[in-house]
Design a protein around this ligand. Structure first.
Ligand code: NAD
Length: 281
């Protein structure tokens, strides 16, 4: 029997994780504090499933089955019958610590408590719950239905059973898991975010326009997407939060967020999801 999954946070990442889980045959409950976010996420999932049907990757019956497996809730109580909890709420340390306290209290014994955090310490989250062996990082990439990688992060106390069940779940939803250890930014963002930050410095210092910088990296380095387009896609608030965590956690000034990135976030120009970032949408 497939694990019953609870996904907390119905934003860009949450809806994608729910999508691939439901298609793979899991019953999923999607939890968010905002009913609006839940409604929007369900509509997005339906639209993305339709796209898969049009491409012939899925048939109408499979789409209907997947939609029927998705329940929604605005209460965390809904984690009570989940064997697998995947937290994908806003990237904020205090919020994640508070959420994991509640998840620990509400989730059944034997449940895996995974977080999709981009950068926050898995060990620090685990250190605050009564079952640190069950806590693990499960870092999906955006957009989840399309991207192959899941970075699976082992905290200091993560058990082998938790690791094995997480690797199995990732493979079961059609992804390729890669196991890494818990240090700020893990591997993906440790390497990606300094590049994005440097691209923002290039904008701030007038080295090139966003278009020119992205063209250089696309045509010169064969990147499918320039770093500023990618930053807009990730969300500039999320980029800033990840850099802050790496700067604080590793203590090296090379991770200091570019002042122009802070300015964009302060103004609410958060990228694609806000309609404006380095580009307008
Ligand atoms: P988002 O802003 O699109 O969505 C966050 C959602 O969390 C919102 O719908 C919000 O209402 C909800 N939320 C906030 N507080 C909550 C609470 N207490 N309980 C339930 N829901 C709550 O953010 P996102 O881009 O989907 O990112 C979510 C997580 O995934 C973050 O940890 C982020 O670092 C990580 N992540 C993001 C990306 C990316 O490219 N955006 C990639 C990998 C991982």
């Amino acid at each position: 029997m497939s694990d019953r999954i609870a996904v907390i946070g119905a934003g860009q990442m949450g809806n994608g994780i729910v999508h691939v889980s439901a298609v793979a045959g899991h019953d999923v409950v999607m939890i968010d504090i905002s009913q609006g976010a839940l409604d929007k996420a369900k509509a997005t999932i339906e639209k993305n499933l339709d796209r898969q049907v049009k491409k012939g990757a899925l048939d109408e019956a499979a789409k209907a089955d997947a939609m029927a497996r998705i329940a929604t809730s605005t209460s965390l109580d809904a984690v009570a019958d989940a064997q697998f909890v995947i937290e994908a709420a806003t990237e904020n340390v205090d919020l994640k610590h508070k959420l994991f306290g509640e998840i620990d209290r509400l989730a059944p014994e034997g449940a895996i408590l995974a977080t999709n955090t981009s950068s926050i310490s898995i060990t620090e989250i685990a250190g605050r719950v009564k079952r640190p062996e069950a806590v693990i990082g499960m870092h999906f990439m955006n957009p989840v239905p399309v991207m192959q990688l899941v970075e699976v992060i082992r905290g200091l106390a993560t058990s082998q059973e938790t690791m094995d069940r997480t690797l199995a779940l990732a493979k079961g939803v059609g992804k390729t898991p890669v196991e890494v250890n818990d240090y700020p930014g893990f591997v993906a963002n440790r390497i990606l975010l300094p590049m994005i930050n440097e691209a923002v410095y290039c904008v701030m210092e007038g080295v090139g326009t966003p278009e020119a910088i992205d063209q250089v990296m696309k045509l010169g380095m064969n990147h499918p997407m320039g770093p500023l387009t990618l930053a807009d896609f990730i969300g500039l608030d999320t980029c800033l939060a990840i850099l802050e965590v790496m700067h604080k956690g590793l203590g090296d000034p090379k991770y200091r967020p570019c002042p122009l990135l802070r300015k964009y976030v302060a103004q609410g120009w958060l990228g694609r999801k806000a309609g404006r970032g380095f580009y307008s949408y």
